[in-house]
Design a binder for this molecule. Structure first.
Ligand SMILES: Cc1cc2nc3c(=O)[nH]c(=O)nc-3n(C[C@H](O)[C@H](O)[C@H](O)COP(=O)(O)O)c2cc1C
Length: 426
């Protein structure tokens, strides 16, 4: 492979410091990101950076028209690698994806114009991008195309035919998203998911159905005020995302979390613990779930008699609320489906390690859970609202696995590794 690293005397460009900061699923993978002349090229740097955060090395190739919309400096900054803006004596297209040991693992055309899609379908190579894609066809390098254009261009019958032709040749299309009369580029997350799938990143959960609960629930005092907790939903969403990346079919019962839910999951949005409880029971009764991972910080207390109108402070000096415990979701799971593999979560505050583990183990027995994951949220970087977590995973034999402080994505994968060892998908 050609050395396309910056030719400024530095062996490592400072922009590469983000590589693998979020995960390692794409570690060691080299992706050629081809950019064509669509305004959606403004999203290409974000796409490149997301792939890098999961370990990929990204090389950009820009068509002449793309360079008139976004300057190659942006992509050089984003990837830390020299951008291919023309084909020279270095035969960059062959260096990147020709038939040799160091060819890239994937060609991603994002955004792809109507022009470039049709040219690829007709085997024309008259730009940097079309030459790279043609070479990729010949060397059996996987190709993903992410179209972006006005809907009127997208509806052209010849383009429709060309898309079908390319699909029949094994090219994967992601999107477009039809909105405001445009066939817009797919969301970055969907493009990322397609890349993960295409590069067959550990699909050890394929064929397995999983139910994940995440986020906080709220209990109403009156129609405006609620009692809740500081959960952001980040840990549960990370588990759902990683399970999806590893091939599981995921339903996410999501409370009022602060982080976006993964678009590939089936999302059931809930507010209160009772709604979460009902959603979980109804899912378990209607489908066969192989695994339930109950990460949600469901409110443990609810107001016995919530007010139906806003309680005004002008009329009251104080307000007494009587709280009653909510029904425990994890206690019900095995009663509805004893076959389900149940992973419970527990948050503790300032407990010595021995007590932390003992109390979690007792909770595991009580809920008849198969695993319990416990953390001490008083620890720095651990628990609610943080990007990282430190947990102990305990099984039915009281075997304890310590996962030291790491990004929640990494912790999610460690938990899924333990689940995978115990639940062998068909
Ligand atoms: C500002 C601007 C935005 C454009 N956006 C798109 C677009 O989103 N999709 C598209 O297919 N063409 C778009 N075009 C037209 C293409 O740039 C044009 O067809 C060009 O020949 C594509 O060349 P390329 O496919 O080699 O990049 C746009 C043109 C301009 C000037």
């Amino acid at each position: 492979m050609i050395n396309l690293e910056v030719e400024n005397g530095l062996s490592i460009h400072p922009s590469k410091d983000i590589i693998s900061t979020k995960g390692e699923q794409l570690k060691g993978k080299r992706i050629v990101l081809c950019i064509t002349g669509s305004v959606a090229a403004v999203q290409s740097s974000e796409i490149a950076r997301m792939l890098m955060r999961y370990g990929a090395e990204v090389f950009s190739v820009m068509s002449p028209m793309a360079q008139r919309i976004v300057h190659p400096y942006l992509m050089e900054w984003a990837t830390g690698n020299t951008v291919v803006t023309e084909l020279t004596g270095k035969i960059e297209h062959v260096a990147l994806v020709g038939e040799h040991d160091e060819k890239a693992d994937l060609v991603l055309v994002a955004p792809a114009t109507a022009n470039t899609i049709s040219k690829i379908a007709c085997g024309i190579d008259d730009t940097t991008v079309t030459s790279v894609v043609s070479t990729a066809f010949g060397s059996n390098t996987p190709i993903i195309i992410v179209p972006a254009m006005h809907q009127s261009m997208y509806n052209h019958p010849i383009l429709t035919e060309n898309v079908k032709k390319l699909e029949a040749l094994g090219v994967e299309f992601v999107g477009p998203r039809i909105e405001e009369g445009k066939a817009k580029i797919a969301e970055t997350e969907l493009i990322f998911d397609a890349v993960i799938r295409k590069l067959a990143v550990k699909q050890d959960f394929s064929g397995l159905r999983m139910l994940v609960t995440a986020g906080p629930t709220v209990e109403h005092i009156d129609p405006i005020r609620v009692i809740t907790n500081r959960s952001s939903g980040r840990m549960g969403v990370a588990i759902a995302e990683e399970a999806l990346n590893r091939g599981a079919e995921v339903t996410l019962v999501y409370g009022l979390g602060k982080v976006a839910s993964p678009s590939r999951a089936c999302i059931i949005s809930v507010e209160t613990t009772e709604q979460m409880f009902e959603a979980v029971v109804s899912e378990l009764e209607s489908k066969k779930y192989d695994v339930v991972i109950a990460v949600a910080a469901a409110a443990d207390w609810t107001v016995e008699k919530p007010y139906s109108r806003k309680v005004s402070t002008h009329k009251l000096d104080s307000l007494n609320l009587k709280l009653k415990p909510t029904e425990k979701i994890i206690n019900r799971v095995k009663k509805v489906n004893p076959e389900t593999f149940l992973v419970a979560f527990r948050a503790e505050y300032k407990l010595p390690k021995k007590k932390l583990i003992e109390s979690a183990y007792q909770r595991l027995l009580q809920a008849n859970a198969d695993l319990i994951v416990v953390n001490d949220v008083s620890k720095k970087g651990s628990g609610f609202g943080t990007e990282t977590n430190e947990v102990f995973i305990i099984d039915g034999n009281k075997k304890v696995i310590h996962v030291s402080l790491a990004p929640k994505k990494v912790v999610a994968n460690k938990i899924l590794d333990v689940v995978n060892e115990k639940v062998k998908p068909k």
